[in-house]
Design a protein around this ligand. Sequence first.
Ligand code: AMP
Length: 419
Amino acid sequence: MITKQKGTYDIAGVEGKKREYVNSIIRGICEKYNYDYIETPVFEATELFHRGVGETSDLVSKETYDFTDRGGRNITLRPEGTAGVVRYFIENKLYGNMTEPIKVFYNEKMYRYERPQSGRNREFTQFGAEFIGSDDILADLDIISLAYQTYTLLGLDVVIKINSLGDTESRNNYRKALIEYFTPHINNLCEDCKERLNKNPLRILDCKVDASSDILNNAPKTIDYLNKESLDRYNKLKEYLDLLEIPYEEDQKLVRGLDYYNHVVFEIYADIPNVGHLALGGGGRYNGLIKELDGPEVPAVGFAMGYDRTMLALSEANINIPINDSIDVYIMYVSDDEKETAAYITQNLRLNGFICETDYLNKGLKGEFKSADRLKAKYLIILNDKDLESNEVNVKDNTTKEEEKVNINDLVEYLDMHL
Ligand code: AMP
């Protein structure tokens, strides 16, 4: 038997219906915030992620699915969504005539070669949004608010942790301070962190191996290295968040591993019974990325949330997801003679907006009644040759069990009135 690959999963049945619902919430809220749907390819040139995410990140150095295709190209399966969106933006020269910012959202599969465990897979889905072309604080707010309100609409209580890395000057000063601070401790850090020290010391703060060590806990804090402009901006953002009643906690250790962040960075958590403190997603401003990928200097901000972890959180927090597991009408036929009419009525009712099923297995009436109950049909339409002579069918309310003869031409009107 061929089984699915480690770290992948199938989505079907009730789980599929739940995801349809979550997708509809995401689509609905992105529409209100005026983000357009975008899909970028699953595979891209390896270089895009190496330059876009950064060579020193665990994501690129340890977790990507890289391969050479039959034409000898170096290809990587997308591990995150931002780089692809930025590649699309640059390749299509959308910066040429930017009268409005570009606001897009995606809801796509990502691939990371990680050790699979609960909430961590090798193929997983991320919902994310990117806001390209504004350095204004309102754009930061748009992104944080979209992320927060999505969870609120889904019924999840989340905590937003925020921090600021400041502008390039502040970030560079902070970087220097970190190198000075970590250099004497270098021998007590893990092998990866030794590498990170000069390449990107901010990543040391993200290290999973050294996470609980005092060296990391006592490291310099970003806030002390923000220049006046960056600090004012950060304070202003917090005022806006208060104004919109978006709750947040400041976390001065939050830097996020990616090289291209500056100013605001944030992460979203939920405290879930039996699971604990679950990271659902995060984001931040990445003014440097578009230039890094050979585009002009265009500011941008975005976030990505783990879709699968969101589903896990909804389920563990016992949040009810409304799913429709019933049908409106089950169309039954007594013999082959009524099959054509059954096919006609089924299609006609579907085209008029009713959820309909019929018997595809020639079960006969007894089996059809059972199927109708299994499918939780609200109404049954029973066809027999005698009634059809006068163009009528039997319509049965499957709850009250009351039956009525209805002319085929009046079926839509009848069901509209009763359903
Ligand atoms: P990141 O792009 O690493 O900031 O991840 C953003 C969010 O995606 C995380 O907070 C998780 O919710 C989710 N995520 C990241 N990696 C995985 C994975 N391997 N499996 C499932 N969800 C993931």
